[in-house]
Design a protein around this ligand. Structure first.
Ligand code: ATP
Length: 357
């Protein structure tokens, strides 16, 4: 199926210029560093912002352009953000029935629909409660019911779990996955687990531009930028292919890996930080990559220490135990030999699938 919504728009004062589509019936996750333009996308689709040039369309209707702005209440958009704003003076049931009611649906039908949506999120027993008598997780369930009760064309999820305690998140993720299965959804998140659990498509933004878009698998297995690689938690190194399975790193050594690279073309390697070991001297005789580098940073994350090693102009992260860092006496400025098996180095052509168009 085609796109249920598209943004081809420039918002000059925000330095944002976006071209992206939301595939019909799919969930598209939007990731990017702070200020990349994620909220701007949500606002363009939601009806809170007009582009300076280009347009935003939902279905075959243009809803925003330099001289057009279909207001939010005339778009069928379900919205879920960190803290659901429920009407405090209305019962849970009336909160959910409010959307269909304000779209002209008769009261009895709207209430019936609201009851069905509440049952689907396990909240039918609490339908008569006031919002202040709900936990954060229960309020989010009501917000899901409310978003879906209007038969939305698009659902916008803006970091829906960010304000919840970790214990309620997996159950809500499961519920959202079930309830959003056929619904066109845009999900803004900073969490890889949200992407893996909920999204079909992934769009990465940086500095107001789309830097990668495609299926979740394509974008995550061939990260186009350091931000995307860091989001996945793997190292991303750039270079030029020497042959099908060897990459000359920019200003650095040659890395052997697994892949089908076109020789002479720009390419990149991804390496999981825990696939890398560090040594004082090259271990002899094994068919491994043994590359000299310099320790530039140490960063402890619980029992694991992330060691940044500079190879030429790029920095690679190796995850070591605190004990091995101590044993090796690693400090910034130290020369080390970084070892990684070729089978743990994944090589991707720079113009491969999942990259920026
Ligand atoms: N109301 C506003 N007026 C002017 N500029 C804004 C406004 N909101 C955001 N911007 C700017 O627009 C750019 C995109 O911001 P946006 O809020 O869309 O990013 P984001 O990816 O959602 O960031 P975050 O993860 O921090 O929420 C940034 O440069 C930001 O400073």
């Amino acid at each position: 199926m085609g796109d249920a919504a598209r943004i081809d728009a420039v918002v000059e004062r925000r330095g944002v210029s976006l071209e992206l589509g939301l595939r019909s019936g799919a969930t598209t996750a939007l990731i990017g560093p702070n200020g990349a333009g994620k909220s701007t996308c949500v606002q363009l689709i939601g009806g809170a912002l007009r582009p300076d040039s280009g347009h935003v369309s939902i279905g075959d209707r243009i809803v925003a352009g330099p001289r057009t702005l279909v207001p939010a209440h005339q778009r069928r958009i379900g919205y879920l953000d960190q803290r659901p704003l429920l009407f405090p003076h209305l019962s849970v049931l009336d909160n959910v029935a409010y959307g269909p009611r304000s779209r002209g649906i008769p009261r009895a039908t709207a209430l019936e629909r609201a009851r069905a949506e509440l049952a689907a999120v396990g909240m039918d027993q609490l339908a008569e409660r006031r919002p202040r008598a709900l936990s954060g997780g229960q309020s989010q369930r009501v917000a899901i019911a409310r978003a879906l009760a209007i038969d939305p064309e698009i659902v916008l999820l803006d970091e829906p779990f960010a304000a919840l305690d970790a214990a309620s998140t997996p159950e809500l993720r499961r519920l959202l996955r079930e309830r959003l299965a056929e619904v066109t959804t845009l999900l803004v998140t900073h969490d890889l687990l949200d992407v893996l659990a909920l999204a079909d498509e992934l769009v990465a933004l940086e500095a107001g531009r789309v830097v990668a878009q495609g299926s979740v698998d394509d974008v995550l297995t061939a990260p186009a930028t350091a931000f995307v690689a860091d989001f996945v938690g793997v190292n991303l190194l750039h270079g030029v292919a020497v042959d099908a399975s060897a990459l000359q790193l920019d200003d650095g050594p040659v890395l052997m890996g697994v892949g089908e690279l076109p020789p002479g073309e720009p390419a990149r390697a991804t390496i999981a930080p825990d696939a890398v070991s560090l040594h004082r001297a090259a271990p002899g005789g094994s068919p491994r990559n043994a590359l000299e580098g310099v320790v530039v940073a140490l960063d402890s994350r619980g029992p694991v220490v992330g060691v940044g090693v500079r190879l030429g102009s790029q920095v690679l992260r190796a995850d070591l135990t605190a004990a091995s860092v101590a044993e090796l006496g690693l400090v910034p400025g130290e020369r080390v030999v970084m070892v990684v098996k070729a089978t743990q180095v994944h090589l991707h052509p720079a113009d491969g699938s999942g990259l920026a168009r």
